[in-house]
Design a protein around this ligand. Structure first.
Ligand code: UDP
Length: 324
């Protein structure tokens, strides 16, 4: 069992990963500046409120907690916001990551799992997308993640700094027994917005119905947050066992359209989702589906909760607890 630092551990995917790491017997410390995360998502005594750009504090923490490996989630994640304030995204996501890597090198910690994104591919030529599709981000958020991926490639080559980059598709759902779930402020993600529309009666807008897809709405690969968390654990354990650096997509390999998600939400909740059809959202590719066979073959990971109705049921249980 290892001593692991989780940055961004008060956020959605970070908090679930912290929960599953502890369940697997690892000891976890969390760094989160709480600018986007929630204090309640981290048990007392585990949280260190540090900005990742504060290299000195990170180095001291890594030494003090005798950290052996890091899972790095801390980042801003909103595509729209990144187009309004690119400098804000590059500062936090790129400078914050570099500061963390420098701190790790100072403290002699050379194993890291990095939260990357399908946004690294932009509008891919091939769907399902294999990992060797070229980098082609179409917004500053995606570019910030690509920049960090490239830094990690060079650190692997010249500093024996081993990392696994996980490119996520659409994280969703919640782990019922953990009490954790998806909360963003403002919320921009489809499933929580549909659930909120049911709860408030305020319609959700479906962004476009004239895409070149079977029902005209965008197709995404919805991956349960607990499956995503398990992929991080497989990746960090692989590195701790001496595994080499690599990059993997994390998705189910199956795509669902916005209208299919709407139908699943109505079936699970037994309620109509108030909605309107609006224009396309800037920068939305028609279809993003992962080819995640590489991860399955290399680390033996399998999505266990890929069923969309299961995902929606878990998200609905959390939304009813928090939004009532
Ligand atoms: N979407 C939508 N209405 C919303 C939010 C999202 O129609 O209010 C669509 C969006 O265009 C995309 C899909 O739902 O096709 C998933 O979007 P989300 O923002 O959840 O994740 P993304 O794919 O941007 O990572």
């Amino acid at each position: 069992m290892a001593r692991i630092l989780v940055t961004g551990g008060a956020g959605y995917i970070g908090s679930h990963t912290r929960y599953f790491l502890e369940k697997s017997g690892h000891t976890v410390a969390v760094v989160d500046d709480l600018s986007r995360g929630f204090r309640q998502a981290v048990p007392a005594g585990v949280l260190h409120s540090i900005d990742t750009r504060d290299r000195k504090k990170l180095t001291a923490l890594l030494r003090q907690e005798r950290i052996e490996a890091v899972i790095h989630f801390a980042a801003y994640i909103s595509v729209g916001e990144s187009t309004e304030r690119p400098e804000f995204y590059f500062s936090n996501n790129v400078c914050g990551s570099l500061s963390l890597f420098e701190a790790m090198l100072e403290a002699g910690v050379k194993r890291l799992v990095f939260s990357s994104t399908a946004a690294a591919y932009g509008i891919p030529a091939k769907v399902p997308i294999p990992e060797d599709e070229p980098y082609a981000p179409i917004n500053p958020y995606g570019e910030s993640k690509v920049m960090v991926e490239k830094i990690l490639e060079w650190l692997d080559r010249y500093r024996e700094f081993r990392s696994i980059r996980l490119r996520y598709f659409n994280a969703c759902g919640a782990e019922p027994e953990s009490g954790l779930g998806e909360r963003h402020d403002p919320e921009t993600h489809l499933i929580p917005l549909m659930l909120r529309a049911i709860q408030t009666g305020q319609p959700v807008t479906l962004f476009g119905n004239d895409y070149p897809t079977p029902d005209g709405t965008c197709i995404r690969d919805y991956i349960h947050v607990s499956d995503l968390a398990q992929a991080h654990i497989a990746a960090i354990e692989h590195l701790l066992a001496g595994g080499k650096s690599d990059v993997f997509n994390v998705g189910t390999g199956a795509g669902q359209s916005v209208k299919q998600v709407l139908a699943a939400v109505e079936k699970v909740t037994g309620k109509k989702v108030p909605h309107t059809i609006g224009p396309r959202r800037e920068g939305d590719p028609p279809s993003l589906v992962a080819d995640s066979r590489k991860l399955q073959n290399a680390l033996g990971w399998r999505p266990q909760r890929a069923d969309l109705e299961r995902i929606v049921a878990d998200a609905w249980a959390f939304a009813q607890k928090t939004n009532d």
